[in-house]
Ligand binder design. Structure first.
Ligand code: FE2
Length: 330
């Protein structure tokens, strides 16, 4: 079974300033840097999911699907060698097929198979590199369901993402892309008929691991990559910290009605957007896919345009001027 996204790799235009900016960005985002070389840094989340950033012209990278800094490879974690062997057979007819560590003797621990998806983006499959972590979000005291007793809920100064959550691509070939993922065992969770499809990598999983969005007139490319944090409090704490560090909110915080998740999107110097995400729906084979018409109220039940200022804890354009209610006026 494919278990989720293990690694994403970006290719960026190389300047010393850009490397410094990327290092500062992922540090502020809350990832841990594994390597300290100048040209091949890798960061990880708490459970060992990785972000790699490479020079755009690195020959080991797959083709770029758009100009500029962007995603160059998605690596999916596979739970067992039998699934990897099956993928090895299945992907051989696909464009750009490559494999290593797979032979008659069996599957080596670092085995990987890859191909290009219908967009030309490299998709890699390997035994999962992620580890189990004892991390828990705060319980909520919903009416009629009291889960937190004699215990305050947390306030985060900053986020430390637990996992990679999902990837969202602008597609210009929606049906071919859905067919590609379906053949790999992905299941459709919800859809915008003819315009978008939310897919999870296993019948029982979080709402989506990949979302493919076809916007008329919009070119192929990366929309965003989402990182899972513990709970809504960490979405707020992480977003406020990123704002204090000077990074630009694209939209958020807010809540998606499709998936139920809380979000906060920032601009990513490596390309596209990046998202803190928490509290998405968990689906089983009993879930029936729904259909929606895309639009602003379907994308966000509510959202803050321009973010929240990390110092005043108010929206920047607040009519109150960002003052606290408890401040004594002169
Ligand atoms: Fe997202």
């Amino acid at each position: 079974m494919i278990e989720g996204i293990d690694r994403i790799t970006y290719g960026i235009e190389e300047t010393p300033e850009q490397w410094a900016r990327v290092r500062r960005f992922y540090g502020d985002w809350g990832l841990h840097e594994l390597s300290t070389g100048t040209s091949s840094p890798t960061w990880e989340t708490l459970n060992g999911a990785q972000v790699c950033v490479r020079p755009a012209n690195d020959p080991s990278l797959g083709p770029a699907i758009e100009t500029g800094n962007t995603l160059r490879e998605v690596q999916w974690g596979v739970g067992d060698a039998a699934t990897l062997e099956q993928l090895h057979q299945q992907l051989q007819a696909m464009p750009g097929f490559q494999s290593q560590g797979m032979d008659a003797a069996g599957v080596s621990p670092d085995a990987r198979v890859s191909c290009l998806d219908p967009h030309g983006l490299r998709q890699v499959f390997a035994l999962s590199i992620k580890r189990a972590v004892d991390v828990r979000g705060a319980a909520a005291n919903a009416y009629g369901d009291i889960r937190r007793v004699d215990q305050a809920s947390p306030v985060y100064e900053r986020a430390t993402p637990v996992d990679l959550g999902h990837v969202v691509l602008f597609t210009d070939r929606l049906q071919a892309a859905e067919d590609f993922y379906q053949a790999l065992g992905f299941v459709t969770s919800d859809r915008y008929p003819g315009r978008g499809v939310f897919m999870r990598c296993a019948p029982q999983a979080g709402h989506h691991d990949v979302f493919l969005l076809q916007v008329p007139g919009k070119a192929l490319g990366l929309n965003h990559v989402a990182f899972t944090v513990r709970d809504i409090h960490e979405v707020f704490g992480g977003g406020l910290h990123m704002g204090r560090c000077g990074w630009k909110t694209q939209l958020g915080p807010g809540r998606h009605p499709v998936s139920s998740a809380y979000f906060w999107y920032f601009e990513n110097p490596c390309g596209g957007l990046i998202e803190y995400n928490a509290d998405e729906d968990h689906l089983t084979p009993a879930w029936q896919p729904r259909e929606f018409t895309p639009g602003p109220t379907v994308f966000a039940e509510w959202a803050i345009d321009g973010g929240i200022d990390g110092h005043t804890r108010r929206q920047p354009q607040s009519a109150a001027g960002g003052g606290f209610l408890t401040e004594k006026k002169a």
